[in-house]
Design a binder for this molecule. Structure first.
Ligand code: 5AD
Ligand code: SF4
Length: 462
């Protein structure tokens, strides 16, 4: 269901906590792990915390409310989250009024919620991402009713507008357009923890984007687990066209696209608005082997993937293509892995994010018999990384001597010298010198040095 926050009980809980906190000078922090979706969610959690009367800080030791927004995509991410949560036990001992909450994808795994309830007594609540708007209710129950809460209202979830956002950046914004995933790729926990696909109304998304442009934001990234599944009053290509059509000096990005429905219509919009829509396209391949793609339930094959790549390149010749690869999916043979390397050689991605397959309890692949030994995964990963590193470096070398349009993201100090960093329109990280620029500016940078993962250059004076 699509609701406004005012149609829920949340404002009442916000008011109750705010009243409780009045005059108490309380601090809150939100620790974010995982993907951009979590970053966007954390910005909403922060807005609700602020509305409840907390001052936001990065210093956990000052805090009366600590929220850990967790990731469940791989085992390593879960271990990291639990270790961070565990570390707050000592703070809680010192401050019995400290509220520690665990949000995000891990909180939506019943066995994790159970473990936290039983073994992490200093945690007051867990809250899954599809229920984000209930955050104030859980804080209220902890503070006023002295109750721990472990909400598991899995699966559906509503789209709740009006939560607000305390944005980390004042020039780059995430805009979630849809939540959840229906694809059930056999390795992936996301559909189980983020619930079914649900889309925001286009008018709400467009109003948010117009507001951001009005505030001077230079980059808007439309976010969803699979943006091409956006289904509301209009389709995703039409939404993208309308966002790109908002007047103003800004660029649009979108992620993530599932290759199975990166449609001709989407590619046409990508081409028509090239420039305004940044020339970078993230298209997770996962594997280059047809039998593995089938076992992954990806519903495309290598030929179709290659056709899509060709169409994208025809529409936007200077596109930077990036991808995700899983190494060592159950049953992956040397031959299957070679097929993945073969696609990497054929497509020549600008960058690849590669992950060793990690068993996720509850997914279909977790029950598959033919798991690949860790040592084999490791060896394959090394080969993949070596090869991709060379390709990325060769591609980046072609930028030498060129002038790129860059958004300035940060100032960095290195060996006493001041450097800036930012992203080219192809989303490549570039470090550069400048005699003067501000974070959030669009500047021109001449590329003087290239590595596999980043570029270096000098800002051109205007
Ligand atoms: N093991 C390893 N990598 C995974 N991903 C998703 N689930 C798993 C898993 N169980 C990767 C996919 C996805 C990216 C966000 O994380 O490549 O595109
Ligand atoms: Fe996971 Fe597949 Fe959905 Fe992506 S599309 S979130 S990999 S199930």
């Amino acid at each position: 269901m699509n609701l406004n926050l005012h149609e829920t009980d949340t404002p009442r809980y916000i008011e109750r906590v705010k009243k409780y906190n009045e005059g108490k000078n309380k601090y809150a922090t939100v620790i974010t792990l995982g993907c951009q979706q979590n970053e966007a969610d954390s910005e909403k959690i922060k807005a609700m915390a602020r509305d409840m009367g907390y001052t936001l800080t990065d210093k956990a030791e000052l805090c009366d409310l600590i929220v850990v927004n967790t990731c469940a995509i791989r085992e390593h991410a879960e271990q990291k989250a639990l270790s961070i949560v565990g570390n707050f036990k000592a703070l809680r001992r010192e401050n019995p009024d400290l509220v520690v909450g665990v949000c995000g994808c891990m909180a939506a795994e019943p066995h994790v919620a159970e473990k936290i309830k039983k073994s992490y007594h200093h945690v007051s609540f867990t809250l899954e991402p599809s229920m984000l708007h209930r955050f104030p209710e859980l804080v209220c129950r902890t503070l006023l009713d002295r109750r721990r809460s472990f909400v598991l209202g899995l699966d559906e979830g509503d789209v709740v507008e009006g939560m607000g956002s305390v944005r980390l950046s004042s020039h780059k914004a995430w805009v979630s357009i849809m939540y959840g995933c229906n694809n059930f790729c056999s390795y992936c926990i996301v559909p189980y923890v983020r619930g079914r696909e649900r889309s925001r109304k286009s008018e709400d998304i467009l109003a948010e984007c117009r507001e951001l442009v009005g505030l001077g934001y230079k980059e808007i990234t439309l976010l969803g687990q699979n943006v091409n599944s956006y289904r509301a009053d209009i389709s995703f290509p039409e939404l993208l066209r309308r966002v790109a059509g908002i007047p103003g000096d800004f660029i649009v990005r979108f992620m993530t696209s599932h290759p199975k429905d990166a449609s001709d219509e989407l590619i046409a919009v990508f081409g028509d608005y090239s420039g305004k829509i940044a020339p970078s396209f993230h298209l997770p391949l996962q594997s280059g082997s047809d039998p593995i793609l089938k076992a992954m339930n990806r519903t495309y094959n290598r030929q179709r993937y290659l056709d899509t790549v060709r169409k994208i390149r025809e529409a936007v010749p200077d596109v930077a293509l990036t991808s995700d690869i899983i190494v060592g999916f159950p049953g992956e043979t040397d031959e299957d892995f070679e097929a993945t390397l073969d696609i990497l050689r054929t497509v020549r991605f600008d960058m690849v994010f590669s992950f060793n397959y990690s068993i996720r309890e509850g997914t279909r692949a977790a029950g598959m018999q033919n798991q690949v030994p860790e040592q084999v995964k490791k060896e394959r990963m090394t080969r993949l990384l070596d090869m991709q590193c060379e390709i990325s470096r060769e591609i980046n070398d072609t930028h030498l001597g060129k002038t790129e349009r860059v958004i300035v993201d940060a100032v960095e100090k290195k060996d006493g010298a001041v450097l800036y960093n930012g992203r080219t329109s192809q989303n490549k990280l570039v470090h550069f010198t400048s005699s003067g620029c501000k974070i959030g500016d669009f500047v021109k940078v001449k590329i003087t040095r290239a590595g596999a993962f980043d570029l270096f250059g000098e800002m051109e004076e205007i």
